[in-house]
Design a protein around this ligand. Structure first.
Ligand code: UTP
Length: 291
């Protein structure tokens, strides 16, 4: 039986250059999709999966991320005195219990592998989740819960995967598949951004992982890979074949909020999934499309 996953690492130290000038002052993860910062969706998904401790790998100037998940006494008092119970609940629901989150600063953006390595001491020797908030998943069951349930079955590393068009493989980490039961694909490893004719499959990983702590032994070596960055993909590959590695085809739809078009798409999709907003939005969208 695999050890329970209690901790999640959220790498949020990136510069968000694709969203400049919006991200000049506001962290990319704090930009709202509909009415909540992108990073809050990630936290809610993880909490729905039973995660109890959150480790933000952040950067100088991005203090508002941690502030968003802390209490806000002045605002709460003011809402209380005005009997704004619904608004007060929104504010309180966005806070994490004291001690439930920690922040570690990645002083130089040396890559995703390095960002995860920064959380090593806080994670310790237990399996842990990694969530890239840029990837948002709209699903009935929390995507992270689906991964943790799969991890309880097979252990090792379990990553969320989805099928992509072959012409798009060069945008993703692609699974090299050993065997596949239609839900879980047992992997030999990952190939980072392969050209379509070199891609070993069309199963692409998205920003959701449950990882065996042995990945830290590889990250400890600080080996530079593509783009002179410390790549998580390389470290995962180097744990093979000691650690089982599976890709899970999750139930749900992923939106890539790291791109401008994906971000707009996510806003529309999440608004259409909201029963209060959908009936008002649908005719507006139809009108826009008719123009
Ligand atoms: P991205 O490649 O999307 O980079 O990182 P970015 O800086 O956030 O955005 P752009 O490309 O400049 O617009 C993927 C994820 O990995 C984190 C980012 O914060 C994001 O969640 N990351 C990346 C780090 O935390 N540290 C790094 O050194 C690199």
């Amino acid at each position: 039986m695999a050890q329970r996953v209690r901790k999640a690492v959220l790498p949020v130290a990136g510069l968000g250059t694709r969203f400049l000038p919006a991200t000049k002052i506001i962290p990319k993860e704090m930009i709202p999709v509909v009415d909540k910062p992108v990073v809050q969706y990630a936290i809610e998904e993880a909490r729905a999966a039973g995660i109890e401790e959150f480790i933000f790998v952040s950067a100088e100037g991005k203090e508002s991320i941690a502030a968003h998940f802390s209490g806000h006494a002045v605002l709460e008092k003011s809402l209380e005195s005005k009997n704004k119970a619904a608004e007060l609940k929104l504010v309180r629901d966005a806070s994490l219990p004291p001690g439930a989150f920690k922040v570690v600063i990645q002083h130089n953006p040396l890559g995703l592998g390095h960002a995860v390595w920064c959380a090593k001491e806080l994670v310790g020797r237990e399996p842990f989740a990694v969530i890239l908030p840029d990837d948002m998943v709209l699903s009935k069951t929390s995507c992270m819960k689906q991964l943790i349930d799969a991890h309880a079955e097979v252990g090792g590393h379990v990553v969320a995967v989805e099928n992509v068009a072959r012409e798009h493989t060069s945008r993703y980490g692609i699974l090299n598949v050993a065997s596949d039961d239609g839900r879980l694909a047992k992997a030999l490893g990952l190939v980072e951004k392969p050209q379509p004719d070199k891609a070993p499959s069309t199963l692409a990983i998205i920003g959701r992982y449950v990882l065996d702590p042995s990945v830290f032994d590889e990250l400890d070596k600080h080996t530079r890979g593509a783009g002179n960055e410390i790549q998580l993909t390389d470290a995962l590959n180097n744990t093979m074949p000691r650690v089982a590695f599976h890709g899970l085809r999750f139930e749900g739809i992923r939106y890539d909020c790291g791109t401008r078009v994906g971000f707009v798409e996510a806003n529309v999709a999440f608004a259409l999934a909201n029963p209060e907003l959908a009936p008002r939005l649908r005719p507006l969208l139809e009108r826009l499309m008719g123009r």
